[in-house]
Design a binder for this molecule. Structure first.
Ligand code: CP3
Length: 340
């Protein structure tokens, strides 16, 4: 069993720096497109055997040190009562705008409402035995609420921000419900066999540090505190966290996911030796010639300066048009250049 990833999450020494890529199962892989050509994205998420198959693809093809369950952060939101589609970005037919909308939302029972997610985890633990650990994941309450209120992606997220400022009681009621859903969903993933949990707060960085502290931190903190995480490390990734790391750190968790807007060394100096970090290569580096990829991998490793508790990753998801051989080259570089 390759335990590098889990050891690094706990800050233990490792033989080489572990590496995986956010969104490592996806459209840049022809092997993924072959499976995807036979069904829709949602059907893929809801068919455990297929979800397990595409989860394992990057483990075999790239040689990464962890697998991440194939699903989406919005999968558990659908059974809350919102009609979900992907076109290819997520769209909710009936977004949440009023207190009545919030009151209608139900808190799903993971075992009966998203059984396919838990089944995929169980299949994967068998198929990954002796290989690499399995990461489960969920969206942070704020990022989920962003999609639930806007109904789709947005440049400025003005609809949810307006709710936050103009109808704070509606915003708070929604966030409470999403947090409860998330807690039950992630605990069910842990119970089914997920060996680490990543919380994706892709849009946390669209708020000022003051608003983040007031409108996001209490909910993420409650979520992380409510996870049965004694033996399961929690990775907290907030895109755009670089200017507010001490605040984001208050949410708890074992590993801070970093985007590329802060140097990894500077982030570690702020976070201190007790917290592990994950990141943080600019995802577009994977379009560069191999020599540049190698130089940038070395730069990130040098930023870490051999401190224990570093998991190499991109600073956000891999882009769909990246050549897979460049991703493989990056993974090989991390292993070769970090050999102790
Ligand atoms: O990392 C992995 O390999 C696991 C799978 C995974 C997906 N989405 C599959 C996916 C994970 C961890 C996610 C998380 C996710 N989903 C986030 C947080 C991470 C991030 O990237 O910021 C967000 C914000 C979403 C919501 C979402 N799902 C968007 C905005 C989109 C469309 C974006 C795009 O790239 O077109 C999706 C669709 C989606 N989720 C795809 C995949 C592989 C593409 C769907 C397809 O095959 O057509």
């Amino acid at each position: 069993m390759n335990n590098r990833f889990l050891d690094a999450c706990w800050g233990k020494p490792v033989d080489r720096t572990p590496v995986w890529l956010m969104r490592q199962a996806g459209r840049y892989l022809p092997e993924y497109m072959a499976v995807r050509s036979r069904c829709s994205f949602l059907e893929l998420c809801k068919t455990p055997e297929l979800a397990a198959e595409v989860t394992i693809q990057p483990v075999d093809i790239l040689g990464v040190d962890a697998a991440i369950l194939f699903s989406d952060i919005l999968t558990p939101v659908e059974p809350m009562g919102l009609k979900l589609d992907f076109v290819p970005g997520p769209v909710f037919e009936n977004p949440v705008r009023t207190m009545a909308d919030v009151e209608k939302l139900r808190i799903p029972d993971p075992e009966s409402d998203v059984p396919y997610v838990l089944q995929a985890i169980k299949i994967l633990r068998k198929e990954l035995a002796g290989k690499v650990p399995l990461i489960g994941f969920g969206g942070a309450p704020f990022t989920l609420a962003c999609y639930m209120v806007e109904g789709k992606g947005s440049k400025d997220w003005a609809t949810i921000k307006r709710m936050m400022y103009a109808a704070p009681e509606v915003y708070a009621a929604l966030m409470e419900k999403v947090t409860m859903m998330d807690m039950e969903y992630l605990n069910a993933q842990i119970k089914a066999g997920a060996q680490a949990i990543q919380i994706f707060d892709t849009w946390g960085g669209v708020l000022s540090p003051t608003d983040y502290e007031k409108y996001v931190l209490p909910y993420t903190t409650k979520l992380i505190n409510g996870l049965n995480r004694k033996e399961t490390p929690v990775i907290h990734f907030v895109k755009g966290s670089g200017t507010m790391l001490p605040t984001v750190q208050k949410a708890g968790g074992d590993v801070m996911g970093l985007d590329w807007h802060i140097n990894l060394g500077a982030a570690r100096d702020i976070l201190g030796p007790e917290m592990a970090v994950q990141g943080n290569l600019d995802p577009t580096t994977l379009y560069a010639p191999h020599a540049v990829i190698e130089q940038e991998v070395k730069r990130v490793l040098d930023e870490n300066a051999c401190r224990p508790g570093h998991i190499f990753n991109l600073g956000h998801g891999i882009l769909p048009t990246v050549p897979p051989e460049n991703a493989k080259f990056m993974v090989d570089c991390v292993h070769r250049l970090s050999q102790r």
